[in-house]
Ligand binder design. Structure first.
Ligand code: ATP
Ligand code: MG
Length: 410
């Protein structure tokens, strides 16, 4: 019997439920990951106790999704989701089953789960409950639907994308029939919320084998989820990027215009910060061969100090893979090493790189007669570029003198 070493709080929850006459098991992703020796993200528990019965047995609980049977038990600030055995109906909104029915059968609960590798349960008394050949598929490295893939993808089309996401994260293959059904029903992805699609895509491209995305493309999925870049992905670039969310997405969208990057990410309901950062990483292209401290400061300002180091790292990967759109083609990434070196000096010297660090503010310029409005911003910007060119100018007198000259010459 395979034994899984469950965390003590999970054991405690399962024991408590069992002691009170209920069944309880760790289930789904945690069982899968534990079997292959991967640290599970979180431990989900399935039980025949109803949410009310669960709540009676534990001190701190949160009603996470009572109508779907889920109660979160809090122990030492960590939450454990306990869900009553259930049978799911169709997912009309692609988010929640329209109606769920509680059941007393573990088998029914496992049957509603997406893939055989995700449909196993475990506890210390019963061992692994594997009713659909999950262990075998884990060994073979196969992602296969529980039951008829056409029915399963029809109930919830997100599973189509999840199949490739798990294939990527685990470096598995999607089983043939499952793959065929995924291709045939790909259009149903139109019904799925963008947030859910984003979450799966995110996990897929952050995995060790993002090239599984190209298999999803072969099956025709990208038309419905990333049509804008369907024919224009350099997956090697995505793969070679460090595991940073911004860099991965910027790599995926590298061949798009800045404005389109923003459109695509907004459509996928990314937060503004991510949109903004990815846009800056993709959008900045300059000739990086003749580089001095002066233009390193300008570049750091224009890309943004918050991500300039990431941008440089990103650029190095692009150059090494000979996929570079910044100005004339540098023959190797030494150029970027040189910029990194200079940038470090700029930072060590505490050079001004943004309006925030400029020695004069809008108020100072208003005092010498610059009217509030666009003009004020324009002059501040001119002053900043003077300072980027020569950090010695970053003092009040010098900058007010320059500003005075600008006004007088108009
Ligand atoms: P991860 O490690 O990414 O969290 P996971 O397997 O835990 O992977 P979750 O999305 O957290 O995936 O879902 C937990 C479990 O719930 C799955 O293992 C699966 O049994 C079931 N499940 C989740 N989403 C679906 C779905 N859309 N259709 C059917 N079963 C699902
Ligand atoms: Mg999970």
């Amino acid at each position: 019997m395979i034994a899984i070493n469950m965390p003590k709080h999970v054991k405690y929850i399962i024991n408590t439920l069992e002691k009170n006459g209920y069944e309880a098991y760790a289930v789904g992703g945690c069982v899968r990951d534990a079997i292959i020796g991967k640290e599970p993200n979180d431990w989900d528990i399935t039980t025949n106790a109803t949410p009310m019965q669960v709540k009676k047995l534990f001190k701190h609980t949160i009603d996470t999704g009572i109508q779907h049977g889920t109660v979160t038990i809090m122990i030492d600030k960590v939450g454990y989701e306990v869900t009553t055995y259930r049978i799911d109906g169709k997912y009309a909104d692609g988010r929640h089953p329209d109606k769920v029915e509680f059941t007393v059968s573990l088998k029914e609960d496992l049957k509603r789960r997406d893939f055989t590798i995700n449909a196993m349960a475990y506890n210390d008394t019963k061992g692994i409950i594997d009713l659909f050949g999950g262990i075998e598929d884990l060994k073979e490295g196969i992602v296969k639907c529980v039951g008829n893939p056409y029915n399963r993808f029809d109930e919830d089309a997100l599973r189509i994308l999840r199949a490739f996401r798990f294939a990527a994260v685990l470096n598995f293959e999607v089983e043939e029939k499952t793959k065929k059904a995924a291709g045939d029903l790909a259009e149903n992805l139109n019904k799925i919320s963008k947030e859910r699609i984003r979450t799966e895509l995110d996990k897929l491209i952050m995995s060790d084998t993002p090239e599984k995305l190209m298999e999803a493309r072969k099956c025709g999925l990208l038309k419905y989820i990333l049509s804008e870049v369907e024919d224009d992905i350099n997956i090697e670039l995505v793969k070679a990027m460090p595991k940073n969310n911004y860099m991965k997405w910027a790599a995926l969208l590298y061949h798009r215009e800045e404005e389109e990057v923003s459109k695509i990410l907004k459509k996928l309901k990314f937060d503004n910060k991510t949109v903004n950062i990815c846009k800056r990483i993709v959008g900045y292209s300059k000739d990086f061969r003749n580089i001095y401290k002066e233009n390193v400061r300008v570049a750091a300002h224009e890309v943004g100090v918050d991500i300039f180091d990431k941008f440089l790292e990103f650029s190095k990967v692009c150059i090494n893979l000979q996929d570079w759109k910044g100005g004339e083609y540098p023959d190797n990434s030494d150029y970027i090493n040189n910029i990194e070196h200079l940038y470090k000096k700029v930072i060590d010297d505490g050079d001004c790189l943004s309006l925030k660090e400029l020695a004069v503010k809008g108020g100072d310029l208003m005092e010498i007669g610059v009217p509030k409005g666009a003009k004020l911003g324009e002059i501040l910007n001119i002053l900043l570029y003077k300072v980027l060119d020569n950090p010695k100018y970053n003092n009040r007198e010098k900058l007010l003198e320059i500003a005075g000259n600008i006004i007088n010459n108009e």
